[in-house]
Structure formats: C-alpha cells, structure tokens
Design a protein around this ligand. Structure first.
Ligand code: AMP
Ligand code: ZN
Length: 471
C-alpha cells in the first residue's frame, strides 16, 4: 500500500514496524459541542483507512483520545477554554458537557458506520502520564518554568516545522493578528505543557502537580495517550489538516524529546470540508450536524458516499446540491443492487478481477473515488448476480455503505407495497366503478371514487386501465 506521508511530502510504500500489528492513532473530538459534518469527514476517511488496512491483511490497533480538558479556542494556548465555554453556554458542569457530547459523537459515528477505535481514552484519565512526561522534559532541559506555567522550549530542537517549510514569521503563533503575545515564552512557538497561571480563574478541572494546581496543555494529551496504549513507536498518526500545525508539530516536538528517538512514521491528514464561505468550523457558531441532515430527510449513508466520492487529500465543497446528487446516486445504487437475484454460483475468476481493481484503489493512497468507480464496475460486469453480490459484500467491509442491508430493506418495502396493492375488496370496488363508467352511470362512479378516497385509496386512470394506491 502506498500512503501519502505529510512528514516526507510524498507517497511512500507503507511498511509497518511490526507487520503483525499496525499501530494507529487518531486525534479525537473536543467534546464541547456536536461534531459538525466537516469533523465527521475526517473521521469517515480515518475509518476507511483503518478498514482498508484490515481488508489488506494488516491487524490494526487504533487509539483515540477524547479532549475533555485543556483545548483553548485558539490552538496556540490563547483564547477561551472550549469546555468551560460549552458548560457556561448550557448551564451544566464541564463533566456533564463532556459526557453528553461524547455520547452524541459516538451516536453520529454509528449513523455513519464509523467503527469505534479499539481504545478510546478521555484526556482527564491520564493526568499522571502528563505529569511524568512534563517532568522528564524539564529534567532533559527541553522545557522550562515561567510565570508559573511549564513551556516546551522549541529552540532545543534541530527541526521544529516538520510538515511544511513554513514561513516562520507567518506561522509564529505569538504574533498572529488578534493573538495576545505570552511574554513568558522564550521563543515565539514555545507552547504550554502545564498551566498553573492562566487567565481562567473559573477553570473547572484542576489537578495537583509538582508545579502547583493546574491543568495540562492540549498537545500533551495525544502524545501521552498514544504512548500509554501503543508504546514508544507509532506507525500512523491521523487527523484533520488543520491539526498539522501547531498540534501535531508540537506532539512530535515533545514526544521525540521525551523518547530521545523518532516516534511516528506516517502522518495522514484529511483535508477540509468547506462551504462557500470557507472551512466549516464549530467556533463559527452555525454548522451542520448529522441530525440536521436526517431532519432534512437525508440518509447518513448519502453523506458517507458524498465523502467517499472524493479523495481525502482534496478539499471537499459542501452544498445542498452536491449532497442531493450523492443522495440520488445512493438511492439508485441501492435500487440496482436490490434488483440483483441471489442465484447461481460465485464465479471466482471474475470475483478476483473485480476485487483487484478495488485493492489497487486502496493501495493507491486510499483512493476512495476510484474505489467507488470499482463499485459501479461490479454492477456493469458480465457475470451472474451471485458473483456481483459477493463482490459488493466484500467491498462493503471497507466502504461501509450498508450496500446489501439497504438493498434488502428496499426489497422488503417493495414487496410490502406490492402486497398492499393486492386487496380483493378494493379491486372489486374499482371494477364496479369501471363498470359504472362504461354504463355512463357517472353518479355511481363518483360515489365509489369518494368511498375509496375516504378509505385512503387514490384512483389513477391510465391508458392501461384503472390503478389504485394507498395514500
Ligand atoms: P475538534 O473536535 O475541533 O478537535 O476536531 C475534530 C477533528 O475534525 C480534527 O481532526 C480536526 O482536524 C477535524 N476538522 C475540523 N474542521 C474540519 C473541517 N472543516 N473539515 C474536515 N475536518 C475538520
Ligand atoms: Zn491530537
């Protein structure tokens, strides 16, 4: 499998350190609000990556954090604390907010067939691990105390900007417009590992530490949770592209300084879901959720297909028109699958050929848009329906579009509708109405039509005769 690695800026052959266990970590949600469908694009594509690895024969252990502490509204240690903000908004405690939105997140994931990672760890569970890492970084001279907080010293690194040849002036977080400079920092990009002094006197969650009562910086949680469950090296770290800097850059800085050796090989970044006014974002206030899509009548699978139709390294533009197109495509796809008959043998040679196209798509940097084309190729293939159904079931291990179960549900619905169309009593009434019309007894014909209407039956006169349907 070839994967694009943001750290080397090129596609690389994927070689896990231990072929018997791919270690994968993904940044989880900050649970102060619902996940928007942009966040969920990232989780869908990470889900596809994990399932593709398993499909291609790699055993995977995947870990994800839940950010329930420490994430400030700017990724650069400034702004409001997101969890406190959520708690104030809803007049609840921070832990109530965290619990509610964690459950809401997994309920959205279930609707979109996003598998739950093997390990899910809330950040508040690992305070001892953070303290240990911060202490070690202080001992190694990679961190310093200033104004009561502990900071990571980026000047101790040979290379800080891993993902891009950033323009230091542009990215220096302390000098961004509207961001207050923290005068405790020795270097502009130094970041907080542990806060004791902050402007949030109302910070709800605080813990004792060697540096005073306080709370962890945001970046440290991912390094520690990852090492707690996956050890000292990592194969793949995934997240949205906005997390590459400063979050992932800081994760690498502190993890490698702590370990004294390279940490993660492949960095998998999913590009953004944008609207016509830019990146979809929670902090902008108005955003789209899966529940909202459902309320508007969309099947969450239509949104999953919408995401799969484009490559994860391209920005994806959301519009209702684009989603409508995906919804129509999904319904047509399911209708075509529902029309397949479970008859005849599975032709192994054809199965293997069709599968190979799908495998090639996954091997080529998880190219889901090509994988979706391979799916349509199955429907067009010259082979029996049983072979097609077997291949579709196989592909759906990765695509997770409910291909066979949705087709089965559609078949049941169609059968029920057909059965509902067979009611001898109604047939007899319709027949009597036709007779009355032939005899020019229009008063009787109209009376029967009204009687049927009262029973919820609509009469449709067609050139092929009179039909009826329940309304
Ligand atoms: P958060 O809950 O804000 O920590 O974000 C959860 C995940 O969603 C992270 O991996 C972000 O990088 C990602 N993300 C945020 N906004 C978008 C977006 N508009 N499109 C795709 N992914 C996003
Ligand atoms: Zn993270």
């Amino acid at each position: 499998m070839y994967l694009y690695n943001s750290a080397s800026h090129k596609k690389e052959l994927f070689v896990p350190k231990d072929p018997n266990l791919v270690k994968m970590y993904t940044c989880g949600p900050t649970v102060y609000h619902y996940a928007h469908i942009g966040n969920l694009r990232t989780y869908i594509m990470e889900d596809v990556l994990e399932k593709a690895l398993r499909y291609l024969g790699y055993p995977v252990k995947r870990v994800m954090n839940i950010t329930d502490v420490g994430h400030l509204s700017s990724d650069a240690d400034t702004g409001e604390d997101k969890m406190v903000k959520g708690a104030k908004r809803e007049h609840k405690t921070v832990m109530e907010i965290a619990r509610y939105y964690t459950d809401a997140f997994f309920s959205d994931c279930d609707k979109l067939n996003i598998k739950r990672p093997d390990v899910v760890e809330p950040a508040t569970n690992c305070i001892d691990e953070y303290i240990h890492m911060v202490q070690t970084l202080l001992e190694k001279g990679s961190a310093y105390l200033a104004g009561g907080n502990v900071y990571f010293d980026t000047s101790t690194l040979e290379k800080y900007y891993v993902f891009n040849d950033h323009d230091e002036e542009d990215l220096a977080v302390g000098v961004r417009e509207g961001v207050e400079e923290d005068t405790n920092k020795r270097n502009r990009n130094d970041f907080v590992l542990w806060f004791t002094k902050s402007k949030f006197e109302d910070q709800a969650l605080k813990w004792d530490s060697p540096w005073g009562v306080g709370y962890p910086g945001w970046h440290i949680e991912c390094s520690c949770i990852c090492m707690k469950h996956l050890g000292e090296d990592l194969d793949i770290h995934a997240g949205g592209i906005d997390n590459a800097f400063p979050h992932h850059t800081n994760e690498i800085a502190q993890s490698e300084s702590f370990l004294g050796h390279p940490w993660c090989h492949y960095w998998f970044h999913v590009h953004h879901l944008n609207t016509d006014s830019g990146k979809m974002s929670k902090s902008k206030g108005e955003f789209l959720t899966v529940s909202l899509l459902e309320k508007k009548g969309y099947d969450p699978m239509a949104y999953r297909l919408f995401c799969l139709q484009s490559h994860y390294r391209r920005n994806l533009v959301f519009s209702w028109e684009n989603l409508d197109n995906a919804a129509v495509a999904y319904d047509k796809l399911i209708a075509r699958i529902a029309a397949l008959k479970e008859e005849g043998p599975v032709e192994q040679e054809v199965f293997d050929q069709l599968k190979q196209r799908f495998v090639n798509a996954l091997n080529g940097d998880v190219n889901t848009s090509v994988a979706v084309t391979a799916l349509y190729d199955v429907l067009k293939a010259k082979c029996g329906d049983a072979t097609k159904l077997a291949v579709l079931q196989d592909f759906d291990r990765v695509l997770s579009l409910n291909l066979l179960s949705a087709a089965q549900a559609l078949r049941v619905k169609q059968t029920r509708e057909e059965a509902a169309q067979q009611d001898p009593q109604i047939d007899a009434l319709v027949h009597r109405r036709t007779q009355a019309k032939k005899e020019k007894n229009f008063a009787e014909a109209d009376r029967i039509r009204d009687e049927l209407k009262a029973r919820g039956i609509e009469i449709i006169d067609t050139p092929q005769g009179t039909k009826w349907r329940k309304v």
